[in-house]
Design a protein around this ligand. Structure first.
Ligand code: FMN
Length: 157
């Protein structure tokens, strides 16, 4: 079994919902054990034994949220087994103008010394600051979850 943990930050619930849909996509694959949590509610020390981490954050001022940034800094202090990471994020700006996910990818690559499973990561557009997620974006989350699972299978085959 490959152990995957999905970790999100979310102020209004949109990134949480995107995370749940990504999880749904991954769960369609066999051989993958999945867990999910908000970064505010988990001790990074409990994540040492996971094979893959999926990290998602809202775009705050063009960057991944401070809460996610701080969480990655704490993760970097752990002796992580996971060398594979996938990233995603939500944003309310203009269509296809989300730089925060690329920054999250760079943070994970540099601070966690991770290999990024899918690049670019997934940007999920929301309607205004509180959302909701724009129509058509949730199926992309499920699809992203399936892609992560396929990448994991490729690597362990
Ligand atoms: C303080 C703050 C700053 C934000 N700055 C941006 C921004 O620079 N660009 C953008 O596209 N969205 C921005 N947003 C919108 C967020 O991306 C949006 O609220 C978020 O995706 C919703 O996710 P959540 O429900 O998980 O919190 C900002 C939101 C907040 C609260």
């Amino acid at each position: 079994m490959v152990k995957v943990f999905v970790l999100y930050d979310s102020k209004y619930g949109n990134t949480k919902l995107a995370a749940e849909k990504i999880l749904e996509g991954m769960m369609e694959s066999s051989g993958i054990e999945t867990e999910i949590a908000c970064v505010k509610e988990i001790d990074p020390g409990k994540l040492a034994d996971y094979d893959v981490l999926v990290l998602g954050a809202p775009n705050h001022m063009g960057r991944p949220s401070q809460t996610m940034k701080k969480f990655i800094d704490r993760l970097a202090e752990q002796n992580l087994k996971a060398k594979n990471v996938a990233v995603f994020g939500t944003y309310a700006g203009k269509e296809r103008e989300d730089r925060a996910v690329k920054q999250l990818e760079n943070m994970a690559a540099k601070k966690l010394h991770s290999q990024i499973l899918i690049s670019p990561g997934l940007s999920v557009r929301v309607n205004g600051i509180p959302g909701p997620i724009v129509e058509g974006e949730l199926p992309k989350c499920v699809e992203f979850g399936k892609q992560i699972a396929a990448q994991i299978k490729n690597q362990t085959a």
